[in-house]
Design a protein around this ligand. Sequence first.
Ligand code: 1Q0
Length: 214
Amino acid sequence: MAAAAGAFSLREVLGAFQAAVTERREVLLGPYLRGWRGLVRFLNSLGAIFSFISKDAVAKIQIMESYCGGERQEEYRTLQSMVAYELASGLVDLQRRSEHPDSGCRTVLRLHRALRWLQLFLEGLRTAQEDSKTSTICTDSYNASLATYHPWVVRKAATVAFCALPSRNAFLEIMNVGTPEEAVVMLGDALPHISSVYGITEELYAQHKLLNLP
Ligand code: 1Q0
């Protein structure tokens, strides 16, 4: 079944991550944040139990959108220009969150870590057996990525919420890209783009020693 006009389709969301990478391997913040907005919309459609996750994601997206639409918007066109600008201007708290608690660099780092979860989750979803549990795929991906950075209480709440996820086939269907088989194909096409955004960001942050920003 094709997605109805105006209906939510994850194809567009994943397309945003594709559009985020330029030929010069820069990451454009506009499409990057659009991709996140779409993911949050999808998360909200899964139920109120996920709202503590989407609230945090939205707060971070909003911080970034305000930079991207603000006075220094040229500096926030790409991830590369943002890192260069914030570091050169002393706008990043490197040791302790104090004067610049919401720098673009630390805010994107949180989304970047979540993107690793997404990459693992989608890969798990794509390659799992038909009768696999989405909650298991999600928990495994989370434990192998984001969980490292979360305190016990957040890990507990996240794991409880994951139990509310629908079965793998139902999940593939609500992605609204056609049959589960078509969704699997779409995931195979989309994943290299997400991996590319993830890899470029990881390299940039490693280069500037930003991977542990408080
Ligand atoms: C489908 C299930 C979604 C599961 C999402 C997994 C992430 C769990 C994260 C739990 C985070 C809880 C709230 C707060 C955390 C913050 O402390 C933490 C650090 O920030 P800070 O400022 O305190 O240092 N924040 C984060 O780690 C950011 C977390 C952002 C999570 C964004 C998840 C967006 C998910 C979208 C759903 C995608 C569904 C995938 C299907 C796509 C299919 C093509």
